[in-house]
Write a new protein. Structure first.
Length: 287
């Protein structure tokens, strides 16, 4: 958890719900993202113009990566190789290589980008440009913006569903959420929610989207099949966090063509080692 005015990150043990460590980072930490293997945490420091890299084994900062002006949003690709950072007053996205912790490219986007989300296959990045009222779609193969999708007023948060078919974007001044089809990059639904929606999260099965409405004391729950609000959960005023769901993902299906017997001592080949999992990233994860 980032502590914005404390310039620290709190590490919470989910078994005991106690803070086990406090890590000093840069000035006014905002966004936080964890690599899929849970070995690193990346934190955007808004007033330092850096991203702190925390080793989760030691809870120590191992690197501070210089990025653009006022970094806010952050997302890690599902394969763990890249980190995408929105630079609010730089109107850019910094792409960090997680192997070297260096910025490999800086991509110009719209005005004042906030939220950022990566598709599961890693081919597209969606960036919410709060003062352009649109979403930049970055092609990760060449790191260029291929299109800009019109959204509502002041888009802030962005999340991609686990199957990669939809993007949900909160429109802070529009009090709505835009649902975008990733195949066509078109808005397919505009869902009215609470006042000043900010953060957004999706359940691991992709069935529901949760939207933090910062000025109406509630979290709107959107059914992704009907794109309608099915519940509103009362919370504290000024709830803005980009929440993450914790728990087991769907148990994968393992398929394996039973090979013929081989003689003892024969080296295994692709004939024997051909088991396939329906989801190679399945298993318990905490993000």
């Amino acid at each position: 958890m980032t502590n914005y005015n404390g310039n620290t990150v709190s590490v919470i043990n989910t078994a005991t719900n106690n803070v086990t460590a406090t890590v000093n980072v840069g000035s006014h930490p905002m966004g936080v993202a964890v690599t899929p293997d849970a070995t690193k945490v990346y934190v955007t420091n808004e007033f330092s113009n850096t991203v702190s890299v925390i080793n989760t084994t030691t809870n120590q900062v191992t690197s501070n990566v210089s990025v653009g002006i006022n970094p806010l949003g952050i997302a890690v690709s599902l394969d763990g190789t890249k980190v995408y950072v929105t630079n609010y007053n730089g109107n850019t996205v910094s792409v960090i290589n997680t192997a070297t912790n260096n910025v490999t490219v800086t991509v110009p986007v719209g005005n004042n980008p906030v939220g950022v989300a990566v598709t599961p296959d890693g081919t597209k990045v969606y960036v919410a440009n709060s003062n352009s009222n649109n979403i930049s779609v970055i092609n990760t193969a060449n790191n260029t913006v291929t299109t800009s999708v019109p959204a509502g007023s002041s888009p802030y948060g962005a999340i991609v569903t686990p199957d990669g078919t939809k993007v949900y974007v909160t429109n802070y001044n529009g009090n709505t959420v835009s649902a975008i089809n990733t195949a066509t990059n078109k808005v397919t639904a505009t869902v009215p929610v609470g006042t000043s929606p900010y953060g957004v999260a999706v359940t691991p099965d992709g069935s529901n989207v949760y939207v933090a409405n910062s000025k109406s004391n509630g979290v709107s729950v959107i059914n992704t099949t009907t794109n309608t609000v099915i519940a509103t959960v009362p919370v504290e005023y000024w709830s803005i966090a980009f929440g993450k769901f914790i728990g087991d993902r769907t148990v994968p299906t393992i398929t394996w063509s039973n090979p013929t017997n081989i003689a003892y001592g024969t080296a295994l080949s692709s004939t024997q080692l051909d088991a396939i999992a329906s989801d190679p990233m399945s298993g318990p994860r905490c993000v």
